[in-house]
Design a protein around this ligand. Structure first.
Ligand SMILES: *Cc1c(COP(=O)(O)O)cnc(C)c1O
Length: 379
């Protein structure tokens, strides 16, 4: 394999080529119906995903960020109410809180699983806390049993950001299993192309078992309109379009295989890195399956940026998710009181994510892992 070949973080073209006939037919058939918006494909996909997840309602929306916003809009929250979010996540989780005039309160994460825990939420709560937003980061569930117990004790809403973990399963201490995104009041996901279940543009969804919340989200996503041109409240316009739904209907039956392929690639990486003192493999929590939206290593902070450069020089895609704790983002300056969170600080300096996708073979994993090891060998 040539060292100058570009190895992307994800291989969407390779994945498309394996299902091209079905995808092309689904797109063309949808175009021929001209039911581009709120067509039968959307309802069918919502039902199929609800069945897969084991949840009563799935509401397709425009993207994952809208799903999070609609979830918060559907709850009876008032301006200034506090919502606990992780400080180590993609900005969307906290952004929608601020946009709605609520107060994002950032909590630290577990330094090994990268996820919120009951302890870090406990440290961030106040009498004004009304909701929490656990993010199942990089493809693995937060340890939800103690988090749900804490939320229940305080009467908080739980909105799960499942944009990175669709298809992951969490096992409760009593053996009950649930899919991520179906454990809180509302779960949200994104169908951004590179997500584990990605469409060919923007898309997202909310999930809930609550009939009233489901109806409320549907109305809010459609201009606050229940009966045509009668608007009961201020909503937004956020829809999953029919072509994206048709594509997702082709891809959903492959989701478990896609996640298994990601897991195989992660197992391959782990085997290469487990003996290396400088490299910490992503920890797998025993209560969650891991669907590896990202494969994220921790390396010594003094070496991280050098490793990035080393890999990029060899044409190997790699990225830092996330280089800046949310409370240090300019956008959140007005909420930053100078308090920093130790695990979030450490992670922002030490994490690096390697290519992981559905089309990886052993040789590719080997090639990338070799390049990582070579960096540490040369020093
Ligand atoms: C991708 C992502 C989102 C936002 O999804 P979009 O569809 O891009 O709006 C939200 N939260 C997390 C954790 C994400 O990874």
């Amino acid at each position: 394999m040539s060292t100058t070949q570009h190895i992307p973080m994800v291989d969407l073209l390779g994945q498309y080529q394996r299902i091209k006939d079905q995808i092309d037919r689904a797109i063309l058939d949808t175009v021929a119906t001209t039911a581009f918006i709120r067509g039968p494909q959307v309802r069918a996909f919502e039902q199929e995903l609800a069945q897969y997840l084991g949840v009563r309602h799935v509401i397709g929306v425009g993207n994952g960020t809208d799903a999070l916003q609609l979830a918060l809009m559907a709850l009876d929250l008032a301006p200034g109410d506090e919502v606990v979010v992780p400080a180590f996540t993609f900005i969307a989780t906290a952004e929608v809180v601020a946009l709605l005039g609520l107060k994002p309160v950032m909590a630290d994460v577990d330094p090994h699983t990268f996820n919120l825990t009951a302890e870090t939420i406990e440290a961030a709560r106040s009498p004004r806390t009304r909701a929490i937003m656990p993010v199942h980061l990089f493809g693995q569930s937060c340890d939800m049993a103690p988090i749900l117990e804490l939320a229940q004790a305080h009467g908080w809403y739980v909105v799960e950001d499942n944009a990175q973990a669709i298809g992951a399963t969490y096992t409760f201490p009593d053996g009950t299993q649930k899919k991520t995104g179906t454990m809180g009041h509302i779960g949200c996901t994104s169908f951004f192309p590179s997500k584990n279940l990605g469409c060919y543009g923007d898309g997202g969804a909310c999930f809930t078992d609550d009939d009233v919340l489901a109806e409320r989200i549907r109305i809010l996503a459609n201009h606050g309109m229940k009966r045509r041109y009668y608007h009961d409240e201020i909503g937004i316009n956020s829809r999953l379009d029919s072509i994206q739904a048709a594509i997702l209907r082709v891809k959903l039956p492959h989701l478990d295989d896609y996640n298994a392929a990601r897991r195989r690639a992660a197992d391959g990486y782990d085997a290469f890195f487990s003996e290396r003192a400088e490299i910490q493999c992503p920890q797998r929590h025993p209560a969650s399956t891991h669907v590896f939206h990202q494969y994220t290593l921790k390396v010594p902070p003094t070496r991280r940026d050098g490793l990035l450069e080393h890999l990029r020089h060899r044409g190997i895609g790699c990225n830092v998710y996330y280089p800046v704790p949310l409370y240090r983002q300019q956008a959140f300056a007005k909420w930053f009181d100078g308090q920093t969170l130790p695990a979030t600080e450490e992670l922002s300096k030490s994490v690096i994510s390697l290519p992981i996708h559905t089309e990886m073979d052993e040789a590719l994993v080997h090639h990338i892992a070799d390049a990582v090891c070579a960096f540490f060998d040369q020093a």
